[in-house]
Write a protein that binds this ligand. Structure first.
Ligand code: GLA
Length: 393
């Protein structure tokens, strides 16, 4: 109950603050009308076919345009954000997320590009956890561990989508019902994720869920950001600030040791703005285990009205700020990208070509009694909010 109250409170505070925040951009950036003809006279939401799933289900691509001409595209499959075009410091709109041009790419092989991740974002040790003395067994789909909801997680299911408009901007309400024991998790779970493209150039994510049996839940969004625009180079020169004093150290298989470590004096200290590439190839054991950054930073108790993470890309001047009610943020520096994926516009995604800032609970929380609880009970409503806000400098 405590957890729900905390979420409700934080979400309320966050909402109030985000909508009152003054715009950092004085003038509306010019619209990239060549790439999006509708932007000249914005039709805030439009929809077009984006292919068919193997079971015959038709997938649509929704295009949302805010008042400044920022354009976001989303598909039913996985709730994937397939593109997000935001202006650079000269007002040039370009895509800042990785992904594929067509559905077939997403169906073939994707490291969760742009998708909603659940039921459990991140890893659960040995794919097992206990609730009220009963052991639940999940898929071991990552080096003997459970990762991102299993073989067919929320990133690979069909989400029904309703369009909506609010004073804040155009939005999409994505819904999915996960059956009792789907991927081994107990409880019929009803999930709703609302994506709002706000008129102050933020992507606001509101997650809610209810269950009819005690279960565990840790939803997140797996967009890979590359603020250079249309993928000009990797993310090593992006400058990151993370307002966190501690992170969650892991072992070889990226399962937490159970301790929390001070970032002070380590390459995990991003309390002052630091280029991602500055220390990434060092000999720190945690960096070696992660092949770079692939860790959860502790932000629990932080003020959700303040940016917990800020990314600045010097050449384009683009800035991304992250706000969240969640207690952790997984910063993944795209270490597993290896050039085998050719993404949108024929761009080859080499190592560290994108970065993820997955707001969530700590990995393996169902097995770590000292971590904040991820248990959801019948009668409770899971409620979290994350905001990715774009500006320029
Ligand atoms: C997460 C994990 C990474 C990796 C990516 C997907 O962010 O933490 O280790 O599995 O997803 O490739």
């Amino acid at each position: 109950m405590k957890r729900v109250l905390f979420y409700a409170l934080c979400a309320g505070v966050a909402c109030a603050s985000f909508s009152c925040k003054p715009k950092t951009e004085e003038k509306a950036p010019p619209v990239d009308s060549a790439a999006h003809p509708a932007a000249a006279a914005p039709a805030p939401i439009s929809k077009e076919p984006f292919g068919t799933l193997p079971d015959g289900q038709a997938v649509d691509r929704y295009t949302l345009t805010n008042k400044n001409g920022v354009v976001m595209q989303v598909i039913n499959y996985g709730g994937i954000i397939t593109s997000l075009r935001v202006p650079d410091k000269n007002g040039v709109s370009e895509d800042v997320v990785l992904g594929y041009d067509s559905l077939s790419g997403y169906l073939k092989a994707t490291p969760y590009f742009g998708a909603i991740v659940g039921r459990y974002g991140n890893r659960i040790a040995n794919g097992k956890f206990k609730l009220d003395g009963k052991t639940y067994t999940l898929a071991q789909n990552n080096n003997g561990q459970h990762l991102h909801g299993g073989l067919k997680g929320f990133d690979k299911v069909y989400w029904s989508i309703e369009e909506a408009q609010s004073a804040e901007g155009p939005s999409l309400r994505l819904k999915y019902t996960s059956k009792d024991m789907e991927e081994g998790y107990p409880g019929n779970l009803t999930v709703e994720v609302v994506y709002t493209l706000t008129n102050d150039n933020a992507l606001k994510l509101d997650y809610t869920a209810t269950t009819d049996k005690k279960t565990v839940l840790n939803l997140t969004q797996h967009s890979y950001f590359n603020l250079t625009g249309n993928g000009k180079r990797d993310i090593l020169e992006h400058v990151l600030t993370l307002a966190a004093d501690k992170f969650v150290p892991v072992g070889k298989t990226l399962i937490p040791t159970g301790k929390l470590t001070d970032v002070a004096g380590t390459p995990f200290d991003f309390r002052t703005a630091t280029a991602i590439g500055a220390r990434i190839n060092g000999s720190d054991q945690q960096l070696v285990y992660g092949g770079g950054y692939d860790h959860c930073w502790v932000i629990g108790g932080a003020d959700s009205t303040k940016a917990i993470a800020t990314v600045f890309e010097p050449a384009s001047g683009r800035v991304l700020e992250v706000y969240t009610t969640e207690p952790g943020i997984q910063f993944y520096s795209g270490n597993f990208l290896d050039g085998t994926i050719t993404g949108k516009g024929g761009v080859v995604y080499t190592k560290r070509f994108g970065l993820c800032l997955e707001t969530e609970h700590y990995p393996d929380s169902p097995n770590q009694s000292s971590f904040p609880s991820v248990v959801l009970n019948p009668g409770q409503t899971y409620k979290t909010q994350t905001v990715y806000r774009f500006s320029t400098r």
